[in-house]
Design a protein around this ligand. Structure first.
Ligand SMILES: Cc1cc2nc3c(=O)[nH]c(=O)nc-3n(C[C@H](O)[C@H](O)[C@H](O)COP(=O)(O)OP(=O)(O)OC[C@H]3O[C@@H](n4cnc5c(N)ncnc54)[C@H](O)[C@@H]3O)c2cc1C
Length: 501
């Protein structure tokens, strides 16, 4: 039987995952990536002796205790990699110096919350009790929903009843709504800052539980190293990687995807085409909007992408060894600031005092993320001087604030770098500069509910990546790639198989 072929658009984590699983299942695959590096958003870049990490704060499935771990193992991403399990998920500091510490250890978190807010004992009871229940839940890993029959679905439901009940209740409550149940002003203000304010509590509960269980760690070496490991696995499996291969059109014949056209005019053909690139560009540009119905259009008209980021990195001649390791800090500003068209009340800071590979000895990488407005940055297009000045102002603001919080810091700054939503779009093509695809909110989409990976009327075409898994993230991207290969295997009447490196 001759080998069937798959063309994959995009060499981010989803595209690499389609490629690896495709190769493991006997397909000949080729990834076309518009840049010269793998990983897409899961990347890092070098600046003046520092490595700016642009992605992973925590990786669900980092430890062998997680059901998700075998997925990363099969992709060659975790073998030999050291993970850091932070003592703290984060700290929120109010402008009057009060601190809420979100300890990773749930016992410590409970003690701290009770000491900080005795007036909130009832809501703390509820929060800690559900967190303890979540410690027993794992991310279900199995068949793609599209390949499951009624029996599979029933088995999935029966074996995950407690998890589904938790999701049913806590998918309906946003972080902000839950925060509002606290009387204590520091905790009340902190909850919306623990991820996206409108995200469902279910997401936070599972994240905190997995941090407690040490199932969600940070990989030493950072995001590009992580992506490169999957790229190497793909190449070792026999996959073909074409860099600087920007796809400008998906070729169709009689409503069947048959190949792609690149920017250089060359055309490439395959039995299947999978787009693991930006969803909007795939549907409305590469396929010219020919394969949409009200459901697909509804996603792009009604759902909310994650906000685009102004991403500030500074390299500091200071070790920060006196601070515990943590995903991040939220420092309340004395006065709100307008940055990237959005009023900012906090500075969200990541201090990489736990990864010596990102900075020269004794020094530390810090990054600061601002959620901004895409239209604001778009309006600066063509105004280079204004754009550069805006970036400088943002970096100045960050350094000035951090110098107050960590006296002497301004004089220790050796590197400054600002990436804007324009950078994210240029580098990854993500719609409106979204850093993680679609946001999930209690009003828009249920956390965990699948989205269509096909387009109406178009055969032999699939989509993978965070634009088809609302909520996004690396596990979702990898899992969507695996699911697409499961769907293709079913179509080809092949048994889906995996191998370890
Ligand atoms: C600052 C930041 C922090 C994050 N933190 C975490 C975290 O801690 N944990 C977590 O799980 N997730 C995190 N994420 C989210 C995660 O990085 C993404 O959800 C995930 O990487 C998406 O992968 P993807 O393959 O679906 O998409 P992408 O990474 O966007 O990959 C798409 C690829 O397609 C390529 N492409 C686009 N158009 C074309 C074209 N026309 N032709 C050829 N190639 C094309 C792009 O260059 C890119 O390589 C974070 C993201 C950011 C930005």
């Amino acid at each position: 039987m001759s080998e069937k072929t798959i063309i994959i658009i995009g060499g981010g984590i989803a595209g690499l995952s389609v490629g690896c699983y495709g190769e493991m299942n006997g397909f000949h695959t080729r990834i076309f990536e518009m840049h010269k590096k793998p990983g897409g958003l899961c990347t890092s870049w070098k600046r003046q002796g520092y490595v700016v990490d642009g992605c992973i704060h925590w990786l669900v499935g980092s430890s062998p205790q997680s059901k998700y771990h075998p997925i990363w193992e099969v992709l060659g991403a975790v073998q030999g990699r050291q993970f850091v399990y932070h003592e703290e998920y984060g700290r929120v500091e109010s402008k009057d110096g009060k601190t809420f510490i979100i300890f990773s250890d749930i016992d410590k978190l409970e003690q701290h919350m009770r000491a900080l807010a005795p007036e909130d004992s009832a809501v703390i009871d509820e929060f800690i009790a559900v967190l303890r229940r979540c410690m027993h839940f794992d991310a279900p890993v199995g068949k793609a929903p599209e390949t499951s029959n009624l029996f599979d679905l029933l088995r999935l439901i029966i074996s995950n009843v407690p998890l589904l009940m938790m999701l049913r209740k806590w998918n309906k409550v946003s972080l902000t709504e839950f925060g509002n149940r606290f009387k204590n002003p520091v905790i009340r203000a902190a909850f919306p800052l623990l991820f996206m304010p409108d995200f469902p509590m279910s997401f936070l509960l599972l994240t905190l539980a997995w941090m407690h269980n040490r199932q969600a760690g940070y990989p030493i070496g950072g995001s590009l190293e992580f992506s490169r490991a999957i790229e190497q696995r793909y190449l070792a499996l026999g996959g073909e990687m074409t860099y600087k291969g920007k796809v400008v059109k998906i070729l169709t014949e009689h409503d069947r995807a048959v190949g792609i056209k690149l920017e250089d005019g060359s055309e490439h053909f395959a039995d299947y085409v999978v787009s693991a690139a930006d969803g909007h560009a795939t549907i409305f540009d590469l396929l010219e909007g020919k394969y949409v119905d009200t459901t697909i259009r509804g996603y792009y008209d009604n759902l909310m992408p994650f906000p685009p980021l102004a991403y500030v990195a500074i390299g500091v001649n200071r070790s920060f060894k006196d601070l515990p390791t943590s995903v991040g800090y939220a420092f309340e500003l004395a006065e709100p600031l307008l940055i990237g068209g959005v009023e900012q009340k906090h500075l969200m800071v990541h201090i990489y005092n736990f990864d010596p590979t990102l900075a020269p000895e004794g020094r530390t990488l810090l990054t600061v993320m601002f959620h901004t407005d895409f239209e604001y940055w778009r309006s600066l297009r063509g105004h280079d001087a204004q754009y550069k000045a805006e970036k400088e102002t943002i970096a100045d603001t960050v350094v000035a604030f951090l110098d107050k919080r960590f006296p002497g810091l301004a004089k220790q700054v050796e590197m400054r770098d600002v990436a804007t939503p324009t950078t994210f779009v240029r580098y990854t093509g993500n719609w409106k500069g979204s850093f993680e695809g679609w946001q999930v909110t209690p009003k828009t989409w249920s956390f965990g509910r699948p989205m269509r990976k096909t387009l109406p009327g178009l055969a032999n075409f699939y989509m993978a990546g965070h634009w088809v898994v609302p909520g996004g993230g690396l596990p979702a991207a990898a899992m969507s790639g695996r699911n697409v290969v499961q769907i293709i295997c079913k179509k080809e009447k092949k048994k889906f198989t995996t191998t370890k490196s």
